[in-house]
Write a protein that binds this ligand. Sequence first.
Ligand code: BES
Ligand code: MN
Ligand code: ZN
Length: 502
Amino acid sequence: MDFEIVNGPIEALETDCVVVGVEAEGKPAPTAAALDKAASGYIQELIESGDITGKAGEQQMLFKVPGIKAKRVLVLGLGKADERKDRHYRKLVGGIAGTLKKAGVSSAVVALDGLASEQQDTYRQTRQLVEWASEELYQYDITKSKKADPIKLETLSILLSEDETELGEGALLDGAAIANGVSSAREVANLPGNICTPSYLAERAIGLAETFESISVEILDEAQMEELGMGALLSVGRGSAQPSRLIVMQYKGGNEDEKPHALVGKGITFDTGGISLKPGAEMDEMKFDMGGAASVLGTMEAVAEMQLPLNVVGVIAAAENMPGSKATKPGDIVTTLSGQTVEILNTDAEGRLVLCDALTYVGRFQPQSVIDIATLTGACIIALGHQASGLLSNNDELADALLDAGEYAADRAWQLPLWDEFQEQLDSNFADIANIGGRPAGTITAACFLARFTKEYRWAHLDIAGVAWKSGKAKGATGRCVPLLSQYLLDLAEQKESAEQG
Ligand code: BES
Ligand code: MN
Ligand code: ZN
């Protein structure tokens, strides 16, 4: 589906459907009022008869409205202006996309006025419409023999004034790039563990490098990782027939000598818990344990599509955690790439084991910042539920940049403390460090473990256990944190450009 910006009087738009809004207490937004005028009070009549009230979420599809070129008019109830937030706008956009899909129209024009909060800028509002309409229209069918009906909607246009058009067009490009990144992340994360293996993740990265000239990729196999001394990462895949992989992507949009920003994703393509086996209920959802890896792939794609003037390294630590006869056992001690030894007291705390070696590995790029993204702890779901990603960092400026990016991109994170006092929970009698810290503050002690490997650079950790996928009837991957990460990099690119302009 294509997005475009259109101008002009609403009554003159030739399209299958125009979408306008009416506020609470039946007050038409400006574009709805203009349409009403062209239609000689047709909408006003429906307001007066009580068929249109403006209640939030209300939808009325009108046909053959007189005095206008469009074939249909979809009137949305906007609710009260002062109650309008991202959450409401997101629901409105989802509702519009859902209705247009069901109506089977091939083109539509949305008038944005009144839909989002009044404080909202045109760029953000336009971009969100693209991202959220795309989110609603995503449908998974790769592993179904009966394919989903293709979406008929070919062009979704946004009506803006002429002086807002340029801004709007920039928003469309960014929005489409991020939306594509989110869809790709969802698609790869939704695949079952018997298709999406560590080697499959490597294939996806190779695919990106084939699509974008600005991306190159290197895949390290187990022998190469052995040679380097990645004992922690390798210990996780020991019980699996699927070989582990370290996937290293490089996006070059900045100068040759410019230090990169690094993204490191947890890519456990299935987490049984290993010998510390998980209970059976809902274990299928552990195919989503590569959600961090999916968000790295999706963000690399978005960044390449936006052609950001930065260098970005994307690393995926990919392994399958299985309880085979060669599997790591509780009490086993491994030596990490950093030289530190780890006593593996619980083989289900495997994410930190693959990540710690990948985090040491990215040090070789002398990165300006490193962000790891991981479905790391069930404790994060208890702490923050399914709304916010957990954020922990060794650098407050970096943490603030990520919190702001998450807020702007409506993909929020919430910071937890990374105090040294928590480190004691990881003491081991037999190695430098244990891989678990007991029940209290499970998200923090997991981050404390990673912090032992990230002392050389500015680092932040995003625990996406609660947000990477939905359970129940709507079971499926969300593509989070692609919007947050893309926004963080967009912000960096903007800062860099304004610094260069002096
Ligand atoms: N992938 C899981 C974390 C997880 C669990 C994410 C449920 C989403 C839903 C991770 O590898 C894990 O098993 N963590 C353990 C750590 C514990 C053994 C210290 C956990 O959270 O129970
Ligand atoms: Mn686990
Ligand atoms: Zn896991």
